[in-house]
Design a protein around this ligand. Structure first.
Ligand SMILES: Nc1ncnc2c1ncn2[C@@H]1O[C@H](COP(=O)(O)OP(=O)(O)OP(=O)(O)O)[C@@H](O)[C@H]1O
Length: 656
């Protein structure tokens, strides 16, 4: 059946025909009655976009009410019963208002099969949305984002906001660096990302703005700045057209928190059917970051040592370091790449222009690859390459999507963390700071016990925040290779402790440059933080000596270490949370399922028992079981259904 309709010139008779049955149809109006009911009204009872441009109807009509516009052949309403005669001669109802063509055959569904009949177009097909079930689409740019849910997105948003305030501050002539095609491709990329120009412009402005004194001064803070403001090549891109890549959220369903009260106090409204939005967004943005590809041709090699699909991760063009700080005076680039035959993403750190002099130097990386610790960005391998057109060395690390450095997360003027409650002071809250200190302390201990030293890894722009309050030291092994001397690590381990102390000072004072004025910084710590923190900092800054070890540091903060460990086992500051009420029942059930013993008390592993129990739990059957405490002094008789309810309740508590 063709959907084409012949276009014919209107005849005079047809144009003058004014009989009621030939009245021209009124132009399609967009009255509330015509509009489709907004699905948000159906699901939530309200639509947050009602006054913000939602084009759907927000009024629920009574289906029994009289249609507002009389039609030429009004269909009988429920209030006017049809006589047999009327019913026999009544026109067949045609969906969508299409009148049956004369002589046409009426299908059971009411459609006409006449030769001149229009093709039946289902109403769904008229809807531009992918499906009628799809939620009302709001462009990502207009959609309100809950603040702080996505650190990368909020960081980028802040970059853009800051840029808008600054205007096109960046200007200047091309820099002599990066004259080759690669540099050109990267420059285009950064300008498209709309990050580098703005970021550099903001930093440059802050460096020259006296009101920002005491704030971040990267080039002086750690001796290897990005040379903001002196990088006109990248800065010049700031004035180019804005192109902001939108996150892929159009196919997702993020239930917006409803302002309407939930139907029950347990919070088992519609939202309990979905992942919490923060978790959903976090998982999605990680997945998107992992699969992101450059939006312009980066002029990067297609393959480097078995890694493909290189995508730069630097947010600004890395600078050549003066004075041997940072990466020993070499420029470093960071890329995400896929390993061939492995299918996993990795992080490649390229040290540009480094020529390996000693083969043994790279063997240090072997040792690093054997260290696995949750506080360390795992080192995978290192190799030299000429794929970039120069002598480069590549260090391969695990890739942690959407991670930011400590500087980017907390110390940058664009970071989103609330300041320390200590009046007028920068620095991060003490509880978070201790969590970082304990994590980093345990990492240093693991590294030192393996006979290695972090050597420069303990800086605010080397430590990555890879999850909520999770930190990992990055860049391990780079300086071992770049500054290889074939000597022991004893002195470097002492340097690690000193760097650790400086890192704590930077975080507690809210600025990397605070390490240049130690008395003032220590005074700030003693005013705004606990004496424990001050003691740890003073110990770390003290003179190196054989008795100054990371074990001593951990002993000094013993109580805090326990606190941090306990935090994993308690909920809501209640150490007995898992020991009481419903949770105790769950613990006993866990023993029942996984820790069965025989009559002699020996463990028994019976997989069929495990599977059967979990299936019954999943189904929530009424069958009852007896749970016995470990000391065999008490027992409880409960049904799988009750246990299932307990588990769901505990899960809700934890995810609230
Ligand atoms: N292992 C990793 N996984 C995921 N992202 C990473 C990883 N290492 C670094 N990054 C990302 O790369 C960005 C640049 O890292 P880099 O270590 O170069 O920081 P930087 O501040 O540019 O310091 P520098 O250039 O002096 O080393 C960081 O913001 C971080 O988001």
């Amino acid at each position: 059946m063709s959907s084409a309709i012949r276009i014919v010139a209107p005849s005079a008779s047809s144009s003058t025909n004014t009989s009621p049955s030939h009245q021209p149809r009124p132009p399609p109006s967009s009255t509330t009655e015509d509009k489709k009911l907004c699905r948000n009204i159906l699901i939530y009872g309200q639509c947050r976009f009602e006054d913000k441009g939602c084009t759907y109807s927000h009024t629920i009509h009574d289906p029994n009410s009289k249609p507002p516009t009389p039609t030429p052949n009004p269909a009988p309403t429920s209030g006017t019963p049809l006589s047999a005669k009327t019913a026999a001669s009544a026109q067949v109802f045609v969906p969508g208002g299409a009148a049956p063509a004369a002589g046409g055959t009426t299908t059971p569904g009411g459609g006409s099969m006449g030769a001149g009949a229009q093709e039946f177009i289902p109403r769904r097909a008229e809807t531009p949305a992918l499906s009628e079930d799809a939620p009302f689409f709001t462009p990502a740019s207009q959609r309100p984002q809950p603040p702080g849910l996505n650190p990368l997105a909020s960081f980028q948003n802040k970059l853009l906001e800051a840029a808008a305030q600054q205007g096109a501050a960046a200007s200047g002539a091309p820099s002599p660096v990066g004259s080759d095609a690669q540099q050109q491709g990267l420059a285009e990329y950064y300008s498209q990302m709309d990050l580098n120009g703005e970021y550099a412009a903001l930093q440059a402005q802050q460096m020259h703005d006296p009101s920002h004194q005491g704030a971040y001064d990267y080039s002086h803070g750690n001796g290897h700045g990005h040379a903001h403001g002196q990088d006109p090549y990248f800065g010049a891109q700031g004035g180019m057209g804005h192109f902001v890549r939108q996150p892929l959220q159009y196919h997702l369903y993020h239930p917006l928190p409803s302002s309407a009260p939930t139907s029950s106090s347990t919070g088992s409204g519609h939202s309990s059917f979905f992942l919490p939005p923060s978790l959903h967004i976090s998982l999605t943005s990680k997945s998107e970051a992992t699969h992101a590809t450059p939006s312009v041709d980066m002029k990067l090699p297609e393959e480097v040592g078995g890694y493909t699909g290189l995508m730069p991760l630097d947010k600004a063009q890395p600078a050549v370091t003066e004075g041997g700080g940072g990466w020993a005076g070499y420029r470093s680039w960071v890329y995400k790449a896929w390993k061939e035959g492995d299918g996993r993403a990795y992080c490649l750190r390229r040290i540009e222009g480094f020529r390996l002099q000693h083969e043994q130097a790279i063997s240090v990386v072997e040792k690093w690859t054997r260290i696995r610790h949750p506080g360390l960005v795992a080192v995978r391998e290192a190799f030299t390459t000429r794929a970039f057109g120069d002598h480069s060395i590549i260090f391969v690390y695990d890739y942690h999507p959407t991670s930011l450095t400590l500087y980017e997360s907390h110390l940058s003027p664009l970071s989103s963390l609330p300041p320390n409650p200590c009046s007028g002071a920068g620095g991060i809250p003490e509880r978070l700071l201790w969590s970082y200190i304990v994590q980093l302390g345990s990492t240093i201990k693991a590294i030192h016990n393996s006979g290695m030293a972090l050597r420069g890894g303990l800086e605010v722009n080397r430590v990555l925040v890879t999850g909520k309050n999770r930190v990992r030291v990055g860049g391990a092994g780079v300086l071992d290779v770049l500054l290889w001397e074939g000597q022991g690590v004893g002195g470097y381990q002492q340097d690690d402790l000193l760097s650790f102390g400086k890192l704590i000072i930077s975080l507690s004072c809210g600025s990397p440059s605070s390490v240049h004025n130690l008395p003032k910084s220590v005074d700030h710590i003693s005013r705004c933080y606990s004496p424990d923190l001050k003691n740890v900092v003073l110990y770390l800054l003290s003179k190196p000596g054989p008795r100054k070890t990371i074990e001593e540091v951990l002993a000094l903060m013993g109580a805090r270490v326990l606190d941090e460990l306990n935090a994993s086992f308690v909920f809501d500051h209640d150490p007995r949370w898992a020991e009481t009420g419903d949770r105790y029942l769950i613990k006993l059930f866990r023993d029942f399922v996984f820790h069965q013993v025989d009559e002699n008390g020996r463990p028994v592993t019976d997989l069929s028992h495990v599977v059967m129990c979990l299936n019954k739990l999943d189904a929530g059957v009424d069958e009852k079981i007896m749970l016995v405490s470990r000391d065999e002094q008490s027992c409880l008789i409960v049904s799988y259904r009750e246990i299932k309810n307990c588990i769901e309740g505990a899960f809700l508590d934890l995810s609230r």
